[in-house]
Ligand binder design. Structure first.
Ligand code: SF4
Length: 473
């Protein structure tokens, strides 16, 4: 294949519009943004000022961003380049060529307005009846922030550095005293060298002390220097500095109904706050939500039930008895009528003592005389008797356990449902790291990412024609 002669005369289409196919997704982006009330969404400068040079209009810049996120082009400099060379972008922006600073400022200045746009597209999906509205899967993932691990410090790492610095300083000062005493001809250079090391370590120690004081003031546990809002968090076995992305995904077509970005390092406690807005946007009275063990928190499970959400979260197997390979708590059966536990040896454990966990009353159950003579004791406790505890509102967990026993397959559905968006976003869309700094701006970025994911998916499900028809309905 040798291609065509570059100098050969061609009969090109007469208008730019003819270069863009009739079912090109870029036409949907144009029409979708055209229908939006951007002022209501919170975009600034939607109405041009009567005076001064007119700027680029928010709809044009929003179209550029949606197109960019859909096509793996997210940086303002690359988006600017596309306005010069990409025929779809030239069509979309009607030959407008904003510079990268204008493009970047638009995303930064309107960071809060992208979330309502994501929500508008979810409503369009609902209009297309793309949600099953019976099961949501909630999950979280970490997306890397613009903050290297070396620029993140925890209380523990700062305290450890100060401890080591003090030991080193003591050693250097001792050696400095010795050098002074010896006063050898070579001593001058060595003293100078030691003095420099002492000054360098002293300066870093002061910086660490300041950071520790800052943590005491804010009550935080870690500090990030490049992006102060980001946090070091674990994902599987690896720790990196990033943000915690929470999504609620409808099981029918794996579309994202709700998305949130936080810098909370664990998922625990985030179930209701992710699932409740999703339920609201789906407009249902009741809905089931499934999540992994990381979300197991009694207060959150209770809050879900109160909000009309039926939670399915497996109980994590943790605690000293599990670690020691002794009888697990779920091998003790609670009897609500008698307010007692039946242990594996068939003995009844009665209320013995109580304490508080967070704001919840915890009752401990035991039967000392039965344990004393029990043949199963080596399998049950390393102590003279076994104690089993129960929180005051633990009936909510019993109900959830009963539901899980009836629908065990729901846990597999969870995995299939949430793996798709996270896998697609990180691998196919290449959006495994944020470009911007700060929680608000990162939220804007993820709203665009989630919108692009949903848009790509809906195009695959109903096609361009179906999507356009919904817009016109
Ligand atoms: S040690 Fe106590 S609680 Fe454990 S099985 Fe024996 S009687 Fe039951």
């Amino acid at each position: 294949m040798s291609g065509r002669d570059r100098a050969q005369r061609l009969l090109l289409p007469e208008s730019l519009d003819e270069y863009v196919g009739p079912d090109n997704p870029v036409r949907f982006i144009d029409a979708f943004v055209g229908e939006l009330d951007l002022a209501a969404a919170g975009f600034a400068r939607v109405t041009a000022k009567a005076t001064g040079r007119p700027g680029y209009s928010p709809p044009d810049l929003l179209k550029l961003y949606i197109y960019g996120y859909l096509n793996r082009v997210r940086s303002s400099r690359r988006l600017e380049a596309e306005t010069h060379r990409n025929i779809e972008v030239i069509w979309l922006l009607r030959h407008l060529k904003p510079d990268f600073k204008t493009i970047a400022d638009f995303r930064r200045d309107n960071s809060k307005a992208f979330r309502p746009i994501f929500r508008q597209f979810v409503l369009l999906c609902r209009q297309l009846d793309l949600f099953g509205r019976e099961l949501l899967a909630v999950d979280g993932t970490r997306i890397k922030a613009v903050n290297n691990k070396d620029r993140n410090f925890t209380r523990a790492s700062l305290s450890e550095f100060i401890r080591l610095a003090d030991a080193k300083l003591e050693d250097y000062l001792r050696r400095l005293d010795q050098s002074d005493a010896a006063e050898s001809p070579a001593g001058g250079a060595r003293v100078q060298n030691l003095a420099e090391k002492i000054a360098a370590i002293g300066a870093r120690r002061t910086r660490c002390s300041q950071m520790l004081a800052e943590l005491d003031k804010t009550g935080e546990n870690q500090i990030s220097l490049t992006d102060p809002d980001s946090r070091a968090m674990a994902a599987h076995t690896h720790v990196a500095v990033g943000y915690n992305i929470q999504v609620a995904v409808d099981a029918k077509h794996k579309l994202i109904v709700e998305q949130q970005v936080t810098n909370q390092v664990v998922d625990m406690g985030l179930l209701t706050q992710t699932a409740a807005p999703a339920k609201e946007v789906l407009g249902v009275e009741k809905i089931a939500v499934v999540a992994d063990r990381g979300y197991f928190k009694i207060e959150d499970i209770e809050a879900c039930e109160a909000a009309g959400i039926e939670p399915y979260v497996p109980r994590p197997q943790r605690g000293p008895s599990v670690k020691a390979g002794l009888f697990r708590k779920d091998e003790f059966r609670y009897d609500p009528a008698g307010d007692s536990f039946l242990c594996p040896a068939g003995q009844q454990l009665q209320a013995y003592s109580s304490s508080f966990v967070r704001a919840l009353k915890k009752v401990n159950y035991a039967n000392k005389p039965a344990c004393r003579d029990c043949a199963l004791r080596p399998l049950c406790t390393g102590s003279t008797f076994r104690m089993v505890s129960r929180l005051e509102n633990e009936a909510v967990l019993d109900r959830m356990q009963a539901r899980l026993a009836q629908r065990p397959e729901i846990l597999d559905r969870r995995r299939e449902t949430v793996e798709h968006p996270f896998g697609t976003i990180k691998q196919w869309m290449n959006q495994g790291a944020f470009l911007m700094r700060g929680l608000e701006k990162v939220r804007a970025e993820f709203s665009l990412t989630a919108l692009a994911y949903n848009l790509r998916r809906v195009l695959n499900i109903v096609g361009f024609t179906g999507l356009m028809a919904a817009l016109r309905a």
